[in-house]
Design a binder for this molecule. Structure first.
Ligand code: PEP
Length: 251
């Protein structure tokens, strides 16, 4: 049985004070909630504060990015051990905004994924097609390439430590959600790709989240699809009530 996982990607939002207020509201509701794995991914500047606040709760901490090297002359970057020091257990990698605005390729995502796993962080590896690619009938090709490229060279044990997030680029922050059937189709495709790369047992065990304009109103239907194991939530994660409702929709 795959345990559902709902993660909030706060992106470049929330001062430390705002982050503390949001997480305190989440804690009041979710501190002892065990049915679904709940992860919050604040910006780097709020990680330390949020880490202290979620200590001894069932809310887990994630970061939104990291560098693949262990240390060194990489001005402005953060490495895996710095995240571990703050008790981060997850890190989002290859988000479409990183791919689009910061030139991240599958090869880069792959290096980061391996570095995260080597530091005992669970990578949340994002894949997804653009609208143009969907309209050109290239969903299968694009997703297959991204999954194979991002997870290349991982062992079965390592992929089982990872989470995949299917996030159609056209659905992120646009208010346009994939229908539950569209999302299910791609999640099943990802499991097929994983079967080819590893085996059917591994493919059935890896958790695959859906992301892209998930809201309380559409979460239940999406999360009830057989291959959807929760969500990666952007905009709606900034509002405590919306995020809590989405988490509870995953039960
Ligand atoms: C995201 O950025 O991961 C995301 C899914 O954003 P939103 O929920 O705002 O579409």
């Amino acid at each position: 049985m795959r345990k559902k996982i709902v993660a909030g990607n706060w992106k470049m939002n929330m001062t430390t004070a705002e982050a503390a207020a949001l997480v305190n509201t989440l804690k009041a509701d979710l501190a002892n909630f065990r049915e679904v794995e709940v992860v919050v991914c604040p910006p780097f500047t709020a990680l330390s504060t949020v880490s202290e606040l979620v200590h001894n709760t069932h809310i887990d901490l994630g970061a939104q990015n990291m560098h693949w090297e262990k240390n060194g002359a990489f001005t402005g970057e953060i490495c895996a051990s710095m995240l571990r020091e703050l008790y981060c257990h997850y890190v989002i990698l290859g988000h479409s905004e990183r791919r689009q605005y910061f030139g991240e390729t599958d090869a880069i995502v792959n290096r980061k994924t391996k570095a995260a796993l080597a530091a005992s962080l669970h990578p949340i590896v994002c894949v997804g097609e653009t609208l143009q690619e969907r309209e050109a009938g290239k969903v299968e090709e694009v997703i297959t390439t991204q999954v194979k490229g991002s997870l290349a060279g991982l062992s079965a044990k390592e992929v089982l430590e990872s989470v995949i997030a299917y996030e159609p680029v056209w659905a992120i922050g646009t208010g346009k959600t994939a229908t539950s059937d569209q999302a299910q189709e791609v999640h099943a495709l990802i499991r097929n790709v994983l079967t080819g790369m590893f085996d059917a047992t591994v493919a059935q065990s890896v958790r695959i989240q859906y992301g892209g304009s998930v809201k309380p109103a559409n979460a239940k239907e999406l999360f009830s699809m057989p291959d959807i194991d929760g969500g990666l939530i952007g905009g709606a994660a900034l509002d405590a009530k919306s995020f809590i409702d989405i988490v509870r929709a995953a039960v």
